[in-house]
Design a protein around this ligand. Structure first.
Ligand SMILES: [Zn+2]
Ligand SMILES: [Zn+2]
Length: 538
């Protein structure tokens, strides 16, 4: 009973961190190796409560670092991992704690970190040499545990990123991670595992793009000829249009590819270009200048579109060795926090980089993930994307110009005499095809112009990306004192912002600063500046 009381005071002192009191108790003659009746030692209590000073003192007094104890027969390191105390894990491992020991349930350190979803600890253990596919006592790898026990994509995603084997099987039932996920009904994991397995057969992007272009041309041609058919029956036209829409839907369903959005945008782009193309000669006999300008516009549109798609947006890469080294350095410096470290990529994040969950990568100076190009807009393709938007807006203007000149030549509407409905009837009767193109151009022009204006404002006047601006606006609302978005360290003034963004050079008059944003790491800037100091800051 005396011993129990004695131990209880140990537990309380550990919890509340009274180092002096613990010292007194040890000096009064309590053996630091002496467990209580549940076999728990004082070191276990110090570890679970994250008391670095007390752990240090107990070790100096001869505590056994890998003492098994408690209901689950675990070491102090197991307790610290379950609680997610990274600094304690680091400290215990410095004193020689062994993360490969298994607890009473058969789990090793890495398995526990994954099971309790403490990804920074899992990253640290792997960087310290724990194998990602090491089995526990039951023969299960961490990936199997994640697939079986954790609903949600994060741990599975994380382990796949760390090159965990999707084909490993456990000893007992010969189940693979995919079996585990299916048995547990873990839809997110099933999806990720299938994708990881399927990524071996790389899709042939070029062929699909060519097919899509041909397909879009056929679709546009078909819609055009149906609309302009020499028949009075709108019922027939309606039925034929419905058939075309059905074919488009069926085709897109058959493809079932992951880049469905890109397919749609390719189709849209080609429809736009081709519509413009067909519309121009119809409008009137265009002069050579108009034809040349229009051709330049279309070429620029396609060129900048392909450049935005094909240019690497600035995906941050690191070798396995670099990753491991960074994890150990950052963890030991207490900097393994989400602003500096990406737990999905297991990488140190450069300044202004963001993790994109669609691309599953960290992208340098990420602006946003665009469904138009089915990829991220980042440091390297952002200028191309802005120029693409400029070309797209000009194309819409050409289409308006073509439609209006066509109408003024063939069926000039008289708004004052006919009213709105009269004008619509006249234009529909005149050429449904031209009206269709006009509406199509209007739809595209409305979002493209707004997007372009917002982009230009951010680039020129703020020097920020869309992601950073959204982040700062969010923080602005929380802070008591207001600050202007223009007062940020990346805003160098209108001219310099533009010169740097588009990398303009003009006979020595302007000289852009060339920075590789995948290699710029925060040097106190992002933490010292009041705007960048929050946990969710840029
Ligand atoms: Zn990342
Ligand atoms: Zn992305």
């Amino acid at each position: 009973c005396v011993l129990t009381t004695f131990f209880l005071s140990f537990v309380l002192n550990c919890r509340f961190g009274a180092l002096e009191r613990c010292k007194e108790l040890i000096e009064a003659g309590y053996d630091v190796r002496q467990p209580d009746k549940e076999n728990v030692t004082p070191l276990h209590w110090a570890a679970i409560n994250n008391r670095a000073d007390i752990v240090k003192y107990y070790i100096s007094k001869g505590a056994v670092i890998d003492q098994l104890g408690g209901d689950l027969n675990s070491t102090p390191l197991h307790w610290a991992i379950r609680q997610g105390h990274l600094s304690m894990v680091i400290q215990l491992m410095r004193y020689g704690a062994d993360p490969s020991l298994a607890d009473g349930e058969g789990y090793r350190g890495l398995h526990l970190a994954v099971l309790f979803q403490h990804m920074p600890i899992a990253a640290y253990l792997m960087a310290k040499g724990q194998e990602v596919d090491s089995p526990d006592i039951n023969g299960q790898t961490p990936l199997m545990l994640a697939a079986q026990k954790i609903i949600g994509p994060e741990p599975t995603n994380f382990l796949i990123k760390c090159n965990a084997s999707v084909n490993a099987v456990d000893k007992v039932n010969r189940n693979s991670p995919l079996h585990c996920a299916v048995l547990a009904g873990n839809v997110d994991s099933v999806h990720i595992l299938l994708e990881a397995g399927a990524s071996v057969d790389l899709e042939n992007a070029n062929v699909s793009v060519c097919l899509l272009c041909v397909f879009s041309l056929v679709v546009v041609g078909a819609i055009g000829s149906v609309l302009d058919m020499k028949t009075e029956s709108w019922l027939l036209k309606g039925v034929l249009l419905a058939c075309i829409i059905a074919v488009i839907n069926l085709t897109s369903r058959c493809r079932l590819s992951s880049n469905k959005h890109a397919d749609i945008s390719y189709i849209k782009l080609y429809v736009l270009g081709v519509c413009g193309d067909l519309n121009m000669p119809r409008s009137h006999d265009p002069s050579a200048t108009v034809q040349m300008l229009f051709t330049i516009n279309i070429t620029a549109l396609l060129y900048y579109y392909l450049r935005s798609c094909r240019t690497d947006p600035g995906i941050v890469k690191a070798t396995e060795e670099e990753k491991k080294k960074n994890i150990v350095v950052l963890a030991e410096a207490g900097c393994l926090d989400p602003r500096i470290f990406c737990t999905s990529c297991m990488m140190r994040k450069p300044m202004r980089a963001n993790h994109c969950f669609s691309c599953n990568a960290c992208v340098a100076k990420q602006d946003h993930h665009s469904i138009w190009i089915n990829g991220c807009i980042g440091a390297r393709n952002h200028p191309y994307f802005v120029l693409f938007l400029v070309a797209l807006n000009f194309l819409c203007i050409w289409m308006f110009y073509g439609s209006i000149t066509y109408w003024s030549k063939h069926c000039p509407p008289h708004y004052t005499e006919e009213g709105v409905w009269g004008v619509v009837t006249t234009l529909t009767g005149c050429s449904p095809w031209v009206l269709y193109i006009f509406c199509f151009a209007f739809l595209n022009a409305s979002w493209a112009s707004i997007l372009l204006l917002v982009q230009l404002y951010q680039i020129t006047f703020l020097g920020l990306t869309t992601a950073e601006r959204a982040n700062l606006m969010h923080r602005q609302r929380k802070l008591p004192q207001a600050f202007s978005l223009r007062q940020n360290p990346f805003n160098l003034g209108v001219v310099r912002n533009l010169v740097n963004f588009f990398q303009w050079r003009c006979c020595g008059l302007c000289k852009p600063v060339v920075l590789d944003w995948t290699q710029q790491y925060p040097m106190g800037l992002s933490r010292d500046h009041p705007m960048f100091s929050g946990p969710d800051a840029v």
